[in-house]
Design a protein around this ligand. Sequence first.
Ligand code: G3I
Length: 374
Amino acid sequence: MKPSNFKYQLLFICSIGLFSATFAQNQPTSLKEAFKNDFLVGTALGAEHILEKDAKANQLIKKEFNAITPENHMKSMNIHPEWNKYDFYLGDKFVEYGQKNNMYVVGHTLVWHSQLPRFVGKIKSADSLKLFMTDHINTVAGRYAGKINSWDVVNEAIEDDGTFRKSIFYNLLGEDFIKMAFDLAAKADPKAELYYNDYNNEQPAKRKATIEMIKKLKASGTKIDGVGIQGHWSINSLNTKNIEDAIIEYAALGLKVAFTELDLTVLPNPWDLKGADVNQNFENSPKMNPYPKELPDSVQTTLAQKYEELFKVFLKHQDKIDRITFWGVADNHSWLNGWPVRGRTNYPLLFDRNFEPKKAYNSVMNLKKNNPNL
Ligand code: G3I
């Protein structure tokens, strides 16, 4: 080889090397970095996360996410176990965790028919229920005023067919309980963004009823800032058309849209359950728990494709979406291992049981790596 040829070849190789190194350096290395110009990326925390019991989980949460939601410990059953007794231990730690790590902190949830303290179940009069709601919202939202960025004020008030859920709140107070909850929350924490949060509210009937309910709230002067679409979906029935329509229609009301509890089950759902009504439970069997040891490659790939499909829609409408929160950190800690069938092994999130990124993580990250302007 002539020395001059060798020189050019060397120069070419060095330029490629330099280009790749610079390209690699500019690539995002976490979800929160990849989507920093699009939306927040959050996760739900359990007590073990908040108390930083597991170093790997802790490292992962801090690296990947910039928003947190308490999976269970701010629900009224846990934070307000008796009429005159509150337990703020984990709530305080949770808020501290978020502040210490500069995270967007979500409060979940002020008024929900499920996970109510036992004493609420015994309430028989509208006045007593109002007293409970007033005391609960003033005390909880008041305690964290200025420290919680947004509250899921009312959770799951509408049924899939668009009628109001016949909860204790609706039965004793009618639909006014929703307005009452939002007004109390706005007073207790004027700075927090106030959300209505539900599952299946991307589907047409429930979406229509939700929009009507929100229009009424707004017309009556009530402050409501956003709609949370929980996003408990399945790889077998993901409907991105409904999701896209819902983003557009909720945003048209002047509201922020957040995906608040995202996960994609890979397991069969008895009766093709799509929602998240926690009161339903079914028998376990090998047929219902097909991957007890590991997830086959083919299903891993389908999960990755479904997440990619979903994030393409999210990116297309990033101007309307404030936050995407996953309902859990890694597959080992997901409510879907216990619902709607107890004791199954599910794989619904982006990180596996060793806290390693899955193919689905790469498919979502690649959307930004390959198209930084998307
Ligand atoms: O803490 C107790 C433990 O002491 C006891 O031994 C054990 C026995 O069953 O139960 C433990 O409590 C469980 C709790 O999760 C904490 O793990 C409850 O039984 C169980 O019902 C509860 O499930 C939670 C469910 O909401 C009901 O509150 C799930 O973790 C949580 O992921 C799920 O989250 C909901 C959202 O808040 C609202 N949208 C739907 C979503 C999924 O259902």
